[in-house]
Write a protein that binds this ligand. Sequence first.
Ligand code: C5J
Length: 222
Amino acid sequence: MIDIAATPFPYPFAPGKTALVIIDMQRDFVEPGGFGASLGNDVTLLHTAIGPIASLLAAWRARGWAVVHTRESHQADLSDCPPAKRLRGSPTLRIGEPGTMGRLLIRGEPGTSIIPALAPQAGEIVIDKPGKGMFWATGLHERLQALGITHLVFTGVTTEVCVQTSMREANDRGYDCLLVEDATESYFPEFKAAALAMIAAQGAIVGWHAPSGAVLSGLANV
Ligand code: C5J
């Protein structure tokens, strides 16, 4: 085990048993014309996370460790999209309606593809998830168990929605989880700050957080 400098205390990193998780770095959240923009958000706020995620991804790939990419997406007939999700609020476009990157959040449409800077490579796990959390209706837990994964390092968007939900789901399943501070972003900076604080509160009740620099320096000799 390696100790990574983290909040609220050092994170015990398990080389080879720690998957890098990249949540929903898909065009629908990061580029204009997608689902994130349809909800009235400034998608450029998410762009600062791309560089740190790319650095972590390169570190994992260099070591041959497991990488998980997720995409929030639905089947074309919307049979896995509850009306409560599709009909809530007043977006300019709803899930399944056509936008500039195809039908919003529909599998196989251009908007659900991962942005080119972080495109998955052969052998990496790619999960299409109908919910905010990455374990609901995906079979991911069984795949991680089969690989002997015990620890998860989280990155991606958005911090307080799909990232935090996935991290809480992972914590309940027994994984030790670290969220990388500069490799996650929100449309709401104050929500990102609050999510980081509540994750690490009460003795890491959901997990740890640390900057990407601390993770990369911890791995330097592995
Ligand atoms: C949202 C996500 N924000 N990936 N999805 O609806 O966080």
